[in-house]
Design a protein around this ligand. Structure first.
Ligand SMILES: Cc1cc2nc3c(=O)[nH]c(=O)nc-3n(C[C@H](O)[C@H](O)[C@H](O)COP(=O)(O)OP(=O)(O)OC[C@H]3O[C@@H](n4cnc5c(N)ncnc54)[C@H](O)[C@@H]3O)c2cc1C
Length: 478
């Protein structure tokens, strides 16, 4: 008999979610973690970032209301913000083991490495072996959730930071920062650094911010406009060709040949999977040319019984996607392959100078998939809650199928977009389509009532047509 039904390697959101779900299905589960439980997300990613960006947003929001019933002097204190962030992260981290134990997951500290994978049993070496525990453990199924690490630039220097060092190691905010890369991490940390007083210049090799996020142009234009208004400098179509330590900072050379010196550089050029000493080759697990573990729609690797989830596989490198994979992989590992992953169900959220959230199919994707997409729109300018909060920069865009009224996706820009998107995500999975928004009762004033405002013209037209069709919309997409 194997020691466990399932061994999960890696304790980030992909790993811990899979372990909990499998334990809830009655499996005996071990979770191996070589570093801090919670993974990138808790220790160097989502949670510290969200804590700091929340403070940055408060600074901006309260600043906007000074003289409108609020008075006094307001400014950010970087050191206190870091201490606050550390307190929050360590409180969650210290509770992690207890939390997992409560679900019946055995957490084992150490580096896991696959030794061999047979049809009914896999063996994993543990390094270093904890006192009294065997150096190798066996299980019927394995889930690999070893995550990713930031891409670094050479030469190494304490002033050339990745998000990891930015969020965990510095204790002074540099006066000037060059942010290299305008993806999610770049725009989020650039906003935070700017709000706390740093001069920020963001260089992006593509023509716009968030180039690979499949967000509507309008959302990106809003964010770029807001960056300009706040005074965050952006350079588009510009690559940083060299970034070298100099006497008074970091000297950056740009693709147009110009050079500038900054106190520090934040390298936000993406992340790559962590596969070191994982024993993939010995186990016969296929890895693609970019170093991601190949996984099927069931999250199963090329070796039956071994699954892979989260950043270590190709897909959106977000905790949201890792949590989605984890549910799929845990169910399939314990009950047999029957659930497929579907990233169209998984929201994308950006927490920057504006909150941007999207789910499902974009208009272009919907068209390519054979729907007849229409885009229903509403502006936050017409939302009374936004007016009451004096915070009305944003909009709703909802993609629907004109023939059936099935909701296919959409994008929300504005306060709490990352919360509101869940309603849109649920509606996209409902066979009631846009009727779901029409039949709901909303609290007033609220942000979400704008979802109804947006789809109203379409419900009227659809009810006049008498059509009552349903297509599975994003549920049909994989
Ligand atoms: C600055 C920043 C902000 C982010 N903000 C968000 C956000 O707001 N929302 C969002 O959805 N995503 C966000 N992300 C992305 C998110 O953090 C990752 O996508 C997510 O953590 C991936 O989860 P994972 O479980 O695949 O891997 P990870 O979280 O990287 O966890 C992997 C774990 O495996 C462990 N491990 C590795 N190898 C071994 C081994 N051989 N044996 C044992 N343990 C091992 C590691 O120590 C680590 O703890 C952010 C990322 C960054 C960098």
């Amino acid at each position: 008999m194997p020691d466990f039904d399932l061994i999960v390697i890696g304790g980030g959101p992909g790993g811990y979610r899979a372990a909990i779900d499998a334990a809830r299905l009655g499996a005996k589960v071990a979770l191996l973690e070589k570093g801090s439980p919670g993974g990138t997300c808790l220790n160097q990613g989502c949670i510290p970032k969200k804590t700091l960006v929340h403070l940055a947003t408060l600074l901006e929001d309260v600043g906007e209301l000074l003289g409108r019933g609020l008075g006094g002097e307001l400014r950010g204190n970087f050191r206190q913000a870091l201490a606050h962030k550390d307190e929050i992260v360590s409180a969650i981290r210290s509770n992690f083991g207890v939390w997992l134990k409560r679900f019946g997951v055995e957490v084992i500290a150490g580096h896991g490495r696959l030794l061999r994978c047979g049809s009914d049993e896999c063996a994993v070496a543990l390094d270093p072996a904890p006192d009294g525990a065997p150096a190798s453990l066996s299980a019927g199924r394995i889930i690999i959730a070893t995550g990713s690490e930031p891409v670094r630039l050479e030469p190494a220097d304490p002033r050339i930071l990745t998000s990891r060092e930015f969020l965990t190691e510095i204790d002074e905010l540099p006066d000037s920062i060059l942010c290299i890369g305008g993806g999610a991490v770049g725009v989020e940390l650039a906003y935070f650094a700017h709000q706390f007083g740093a001069g920020v210049c963001l260089a992006e090799s593509q023509a716009h911010l968030l180039p690979s996020m499949n967000l509507p142009d309008r959302a990106i234009n809003y964010l770029e406009r807001k960056f300009r208004r706040l005074g965050i400098e952006t350079m588009f179509g510009t690559r940083v060709t060299a970034c070298v330590p100099a006497v008074h900072g970091i000297e950056a050379t740009f693709s147009d040949g110009s050079r500038r010196t900054f106190d520090a550089a934040l390298v936000a050029l993406g992340r790559r999977p962590v596969l070191r000493r994982l024993g993939l080759e010995a186990a016969g697990i296929a890895v693609d040319a970019d170093g991601y573990i190949e996984a099927s729609a069931y999250c199963e690797t090329s070796v039956p019984g071994v699954y892979a989830v989260g950043d270590v596989t190709r897909g959106p490198m977000t905790a949201n996607a890792a949590l989605h994979d984890a549910k799929v992989a845990a169910a399939n590992a314990i009950l047999g392959n029957h659930v497929k992953r579907n990233y169209f169900k998984v929201p994308t959220v950006i927490n920057s100078a504006l909150e941007i959230a999207a789910v499902g199919l974009s208009e272009e994707q919907a068209e390519a998939a054979g729907f007849e997409p229409e885009v229903a729109r509403a502006s936050l300018g017409g939302c009374v809650k936004a007016r009451a909060h004096h915070d009305f920069e944003g909009f709703y865009e909802i993609v629907l199928d004109a023939e059936t009224g099935q909701l296919l996706g959409g994008c929300i820009v504005g306060p709490e977009a990352g919360e509101q998107i869940h309603l849109l995500a649920a509606a996209c999975q409902s066979n009631r389509g846009l009727w779901l928004f029409k039949d709901m009762s909303y609290s007033h004033p609220s942000w979400c009532e704008e979802l109804e405002t947006a789809i109203d013209p379409y419900t009227a037209a659809l009810s006049r047509s008498g059509r009552e069709l349903f297509t599975p919309g994003i549920l049909a997409m994989h």
